[in-house]
Design a protein around this ligand. Structure first.
Ligand SMILES: [Fe+2]
Length: 446
């Protein structure tokens, strides 16, 4: 609740959260060898150096005129580092390392921007109410939350990118994983007919992105849902059964993508002889059979068809996660207690997944396990606006650019998702052929 507390308390909490988010992103760049900062680990994305500049440029471009009333200091770099790339359509960027400013120049830019912004923010948030509207209709607290969550989202997506950086191009920041077998007993849970609440009411003072509004209710008939995410063990059965070779399990577009790119297994997997291996953030390990299978939407959909099931809609997922036999709904699957480490694998406690069995303390009222953290979950729902959607005027393309029928909603969160984005209304989205997301899935049947 943002306005129930003094503005000074709100302001200082926001600045603390911004500082903590910066630590998260700074430590990511610290694990890249300095001679690898101009690498492009994912062909469809920018080089790593872009993101070093982007995080400060975003904050500065967002807050300079709207909140701190500063002068433009490096307008060319503000523009160069303004926007990332969403890889729809297959066109690959062709820029060369020499097209980018030197590391010294980028570091000077980011240091100068951060210092200038911090000095100005302290004044703004100390002297005025953080929760009062500024820049027209939006409180300073909304703008600061946008900056904080934007950075924390990049803390996750940058990790996807650095996951693809060859192991010898990064510095190990975690001990070798000890893999523990914890087989999942695959079962489905019956969810009775009922209503699922999606989105966020504008009367709720919690921060939400534009696509989280307005709140709406969806009535659902009874359905069955997997208690756990589909594991690597289950996914391997689909592969051994010839799932990648039989077009019947794939939509036309997904089959064309799979064929064109010669996709024969999940992007985190590799094969040597008869043995499957899994690329973790810092190691190549024998395939952990009990971990959730991280795959693209296309691969998840093919598995679901093979299993005679389907992916849950966004509303199915909400009902299974937040509904209850009493028909009341919870803020979190386990109840109303704020998320903590015993509820799931999220908030940067691990670099990699944990066994999909999940802990008993994270389960929903219906007993569905491992819902928040340990891998986003694909849904069958296209990313579309809720009725009453209005784009943020200070960031009009954030969601609206992706209401294109080419992106699907994901729910839940991964090991690298910050706690603040585990709120019920948060929606993530990716296009169906992007393989680098920490995203698994579970199936439903009716
Ligand atoms: Fe961004």
């Amino acid at each position: 609740m943002l306005v129930a507390r003094s503005s000074a308390a709100v302001g200082s909490e926001l600045l603390e959260r911004l500082a903590a988010a910066r630590i998260r992103t700074d430590e990511l760049f610290d694990l890249v060898r300095s001679d690898a900062l101009y690498d492009r680990p994912i062909p469809e994305r920018h080089r790593i150096i872009f993101y070093l500049g982007h995080l400060e440029a975003f904050d500065w471009n967002l807050l300079r005129e709207r909140l701190v009333h500063g002068k433009a200091l490096h307008p060319e770099l503000d523009q160069l580092f303004a926007f990332g790339i969403d890889p729809v359509g297959g066109g690959l960027p062709a820029d060369q390392p020499a097209d980018w400013p030197s590391l010294k120049e980028v570091r000077h830019y980011t240091g100068h921007i951060r210092q200038t912004l911090d000095a100005a923010l302290e004044g703004v948030l100390d002297s005025a109410s953080a929760s009062m509207p500024r820049s027209g209709e939006f409180p300073a607290s909304v703008l600061l939350n946008v900056a904080i969550e934007h950075r924390l989202m990049h803390a996750e997506t940058l990790t996807y990118m650095l996951h693809r950086l060859p192991l010898e191009r990064k510095l190990r920041k975690a001990p070798r994983l000890e893999l523990v077998a914890q087989p999942v007993e695959a079962r489905m849970i019956e969810i009775p007919a009922g209503s699922a609440t999606l989105g966020l009411s504008r009367n709720n003072l919690t921060f939400g992105w534009d696509n989280e509004y307005e709140q709406c209710a969806v009535a659902l008939p009874a359905f069955l849902i997997d208690q756990h995410k589909v594991t690597n063990r289950q996914y391997l059965q689909f592969m051994v059964a010839g799932g990648y070779e039989d077009q019947i399990f794939w939509s036309e577009a997904d089959w064309a993508w799979k064929t064109q790119h010669n996709i024969t297994h999940p992007a985190f997997w590799s094969q040597s002889g008869d043995q499957w291996f899994y690329l973790t953030m810092f190691d190549l390990v024998p395939l952990p059979l009990d971990w959730p299978a991280y795959v693209s939407h296309a691969e998840a959909s093919a598995y679901a068809r093979w299993a005679g099931k389907s992916l849950p809609s966004e509303a199915h997922w909400h009902r299974a996660a937040y509904g209850s036999p009493e028909d009341s709904e919870r803020p979190y699957p386990w109840g109303s207690e704020a998320p903590s480490l015993r509820h799931g694998n999220f908030d940067f406690q691990r670099w990699d997944p944990a066994p999909a069995v999940g802990g008993p303390e994270g389960r929903s009222a219906f007993g569905v396990a491992d819902l928040l953290g340990n891998g986003w979950e694909w849904t069958s729902s296209l990313f579309e606006p809720f009725p009453g959607f209005e784009p943020f005027p200070f960031y009009p393309g954030y969601s609206a650019n992706f209401f294109d029928g080419k992106h699907y909603v994901l729910k839940g969160g991964s090991a690298r998702t910050a706690t603040c984005m585990l709120r019920r209304s948060f929606r993530n989205w990716f296009q169906p052929h992007y393989q680098h997301v920490y995203s698994g899935f579970r199936c439903v049947s009716r």
